[in-house]
Design a protein around this ligand. Structure first.
Ligand code: ADP
Ligand code: MG
Length: 233
C-alpha cells in the first residue's frame, strides 16, 4: 500500500534558516529562509554570482549547517546531528552533481560510480552490479570500463549523474550541471535530468542560467542571500 502524500514529509524543509559567516564585518550569506521541496518536485534556484547559491547548496546538501533556524531533510531535523551522523545522512540521502564532474581519473566509469557505495557496506560484486545498472540508466552502460579521460564532457557528466543516483538518494542536488558543456550536450544532460524527474526523483538544480532555471516546475531566486519564489507565466 502506498500512503497518501500528506503523510510524507517534504524532502527539504528550511524553517527560517540562515547562515552568517563570521568576520569583520560578518557576512549574512543566507537570510532567514523558508522553503519546502516536496517528494518528486523539480526545483530550480537562480541568482547572480555572490547571491548565496553555494551557501544554499552547502546547507541543503548537509555540507554546512545553518547558523540560525532549522533544516529538515526527509523530516529529520539536521541541527541536532553530530558530524558523523550528518555525514552518514548526506551519503544516504543526497546525490551531488557538480559543474566540474569530479571523477577520479585513474578509475573506470563503473569504479567511480561504485565508490559512492563503499560506505554502504555492500560487497564488491554488488557494488559493481549496481554501478553498471546506474550507468545503464544514464545511457552509458557500454562505456562502463572506460577511463574518464577517454570520455567526452557529456559522458563524464553522465558518469557523475550515475554516481549520484547509485545509492538511491532522496534528493538529486545539481550545481551548474551544464556549466562546462556545449549547448547541444547541455541539452542532452537536461533531458536526462527531466527524465529522472519524470521517473519520480526529487531534483534541485542551482544555476545562473535562466534557460536552465525554466526547466524546473518551480523556481526560486536568491538575491543578496534572500530567497523568493518566482512566478512564471
Ligand atoms: P554564489 O554561490 O551565489 O556566488 P556564495 O554563496 O558563494 O554565492 O556567497 C554568498 C556571499 O557570502 C558572498 O558575499 C560571499 O562573498 C560570501 N561568502 C561565501 N563564503 C564565505 C566565507 N567562507 N566567509 C565569508 N564570506 C563568504
Ligand atoms: Mg557559487
Amino acid at each position: 500500500m502506498t500512503s497518501p502524500p500528506s503523510d510524507v514529509p517534504p524532502v527539504v524543509e528550511l524553517r527560517r534558516a540562515g547562515l552568517t559567516y563570521p568576520g569583520t564585518p560578518p557576512v549574512e550569506a543566507l537570510k532567514s529562509c523558508d522553503l519546502m521541496v516536496g517528494r518528486g518536485e523539480f526545483l530550480t534556484v537562480v541568482g547572480p554570482s555572490g547571491a548565496g547559491k553555494s551557501t544554499f547548496l552547502n546547507i541543503v546538501g548537509l555540507l554546512d549547517a545553518p547558523t540560525s533556524g532549522n533544516y529538515l531533510l526527509d523530516g529529520v531535523d539536521t541541527g541536532a546531528l553530530r558530524d558523523a551522523d550528518r555525514t552518514a545522512l548526506r551519503a544516504q540521502r543526497i546525490g551531488f552533481v557538480f559543474q566540474a564532474f569530479h571523477l577520479l581519473p585513474h578509475r573506470t566509469a563503473w569504479e567511480n560510480v561504485a565508490l559512492a557505495l563503499v560506505y554502504r557496506g555492500s560487497g564488491r560484486a554488488e557494488r559493481r552490479a549496481k554501478a553498471r545498472e546506474a550507468l545503464d540508466r544514464v545511457g552509458l552502460g557500454h562505456r562502463a570500463d572506460a577511463l574518464p579521460t577517454t570520455l567526452s564532457g557529456g559522458e563524464r557528466q553522465r558518469v557523475a549523474i550515475a554516481r549520484a543516483l547509485v545509492g538511491a538518494p532522496s534528493l538529486l542536488l545539481c550545481d551548474e550541471p551544464t556549466g562546462n558543456l556545449d549547448s547541444a550536450t547541455a541539452e542532452s544532460i537536461l533531458e536526462l535530468v527531466d527524465e529522472l524527474h519524470r521517473d519520480g526523483m526529487t531534483v534541485v538544480v542551482i544555476t545562473h542560467d535562466p534557460a536552465v532555471a525554466a526547466r524546473g516546475d518551480r523556481t526560486v531566486a536568491i538575491r543578496d542571500g534572500a530567497l523568493s519564489e518566482l512566478v512564471r507565466p
